[in-house]
Design a binder for this molecule. Structure first.
Ligand SMILES: *[C@@H]1O[C@H](CO)[C@@H](O)[C@H](O)[C@H]1NC(C)=O
Ligand SMILES: *[C@@H]1O[C@H](CO)[C@@H](O)[C@H](O)[C@H]1NC(C)=O
Ligand SMILES: *[C@@H]1O[C@H](CO)[C@@H](O)[C@H](O)[C@H]1NC(C)=O
Ligand SMILES: [Cu+2]
Length: 283
C-alpha cells in the first residue's frame, strides 16, 4: 500500500535534480489520503486527504492538545558523557531556487549532567524571509547520500510515531516528534539564526531509537521544500552508527523503502535504513 504512494514521490525526486541546483525546481505536491507512519499515523476525522511536498504535509491540522504519539510521549534520555555530533551544512544548497546558500552547523552533545542533549544551532544565509520563510528544520531519519539528495533522508526522527499532521505544541514537547526542532524551539525568521537549548528527549547514544547518531539535519522553506541538509558526524565519544541491533519490522513499507532509496549502499550507515520502518518516511 505504501509503495503506491512512494513511487511517484521517488520519480519526482529523480526528475527534480535537473534544474538550476540539485533539487531545483522542487516537485509538485502529492495528495496523501491514507495513513503513513511518521507523517500521518492516525487519520483525523473528518478527512479528505492532505497535500504533501517532498513527503511533508504542506498544511498541518489544527493544534490538538489531546493528541499523543502512537507509541506514547517521548521518554527522557540519560546520555553518555562526552558524546558530540555535528552536522556542517554543505557549500551548495540542495535547492538553490532561492538564490541564497545556507551555511553553518548544528552540534548535539550529551548535556553536562547527562540529562538530555545540548543543541547548538548556527545558521547563516537563509533566503528572503518574506518570500520563503519562516524556515523549519528537523533531525531526519536517514543520512544524506553522497549525491546530496535531501529527499533521501526521508522523514523526521520520530521514534514515538507521532506524525506531523498535528503541530508540535512547545509546552508539551514530549508529544512532539523528537526530531522536530523547529516545532519545539521555534521556526526561523531571520537570515542568521543561533540557538542554544537542552532537549530532554534526544539521545547521543548509538543504538538508541531517539539518537542523533547516523541521522541528518534538513532545513526547509515555508512550503516544506528541502533547501539544504547535512549528516551528523561523530566529533567525540560516540559512534557513527545507529540502531546496530534493530530488527526490520515485518511491514511492507520497510521492504519497499530500503532498496528504493539506495541508502543501504552508503557505507557505515546501512543500519539506519531499518529506522524507516519504525519511524517516518519523507519530510
Ligand atoms: C515551494 O517553495 C520553493 C522555494 O523554496 C518554490 O521554488 C516552489 O515553487 C514552491 N512550491 C510550491 C508548490 O509552492
Ligand atoms: C564519522 O563519520 C564521518 C563521515 O564518514 C567521518 O568524517 C568522521 O571522522 C567519523 N567520526 C569518527 C570519530 O570516526
Ligand atoms: C547487539 O548485538 C551484539 C552481537 O549480536 C551484542 O553483543 C550486543 O550486546 C547487542 N547490543 C544491544 C544494544 O543489544
Ligand atoms: Cu524536515
Amino acid at each position: 500500500m505504501h509503495l503506491a504512494i512512494l513511487l511517484p514521490v521517488l520519480a519526482a525526486a529523480a526528475v527534480h535534480g535537473q534544474g538550476k541546483g540539485l533539487g531545483c525546481p522542487p516537485p509538485a505536491p502529492i495528495l496523501l489520503s491514507t495513513t503513513k507512519s511518521g507523517v500521518l499515523p492516525v487519520l483525523p476525522t473528518p478527512f479528505s486527504g492532505v497535500e504533501t511536498l517532498e513527503g511533508a504535509i504542506m498544511e498541518k491540522g489544527p493544534p490538538n492538545p489531546d493528541y499523543t504519539p502512537v507509541n506514547g510521549p517521548a521518554p527522557t534520555q540519560s546520555n553518555p558523557a562526552g558524546a558530540t555530533y555535528r552536522a556542517d551544512l554543505p557549500s551548495t544548497n540542495f535547492d538553490d531556487c532561492t538564490g541564497s546558500t545556507v551555511t553553518g552547523s548544528i552540534t548535539v552533545s550529551s548535556s553536562s549532567d547527562g540529562n538530555g542533549a545540548a543543541i547548538s544551532v548556527n545558521f547563516e544565509g537563509l533566503p528572503d524571509v518574506a518570500t520563503y520563510g519562516p524556515f523549519v528544520y528537523h533531525i531526519h531519519d536517514l543520512p544524506v547520500p553522497a549525491d546530496g539528495d535531501c529527499t533521501a533522508t526521508l522523514g523526521h526522527l520520530d521514534p514515538q510515531n507521532g506524525g506531523e499532521y498535528y503541530p508540535c505544541i512547545p509546552s508539551t514537547p514530549e508529544n512532539c516528534q523528537v526530531g522536530d526542532l523547529a516545532g519545539k524551539y521555534g521556526s526561523i525568521s531571520t537570515s542568521s539564526f543561533s540557538l542554544d537549548v537542552t532537549d530532554p528527549f534526544l539521545s547521543t547514544a548509538a543504538g538508541n531509537p531517539a539518537s542523533v547518531a547516523g541521522r541528518s539535519i534538513v532545513i526547509h522553506s515555508s512550503n516544506t521544500t528541502r533547501l539544504t541538509c547535512a549528516n551528523f558526524q561523530m566529533v567525540s565519544g560516540g559512534s557513527n552508527m545507529t540502531m546496530p541491533n534493530a530488527t526490520v519490522p515485518a511491514s511492507p513499507s520497510a521492504s519497499s523503502v530500503v532498496p528504493a532509496t539506495g541508502v543501504g549502499a552508503v557505507a557505515g550507515y546501512s543500519f539506519a535504513a531499518v529506522v524507516a520502518g519504525v519511524a517516518a518516511f519523507f519530510l
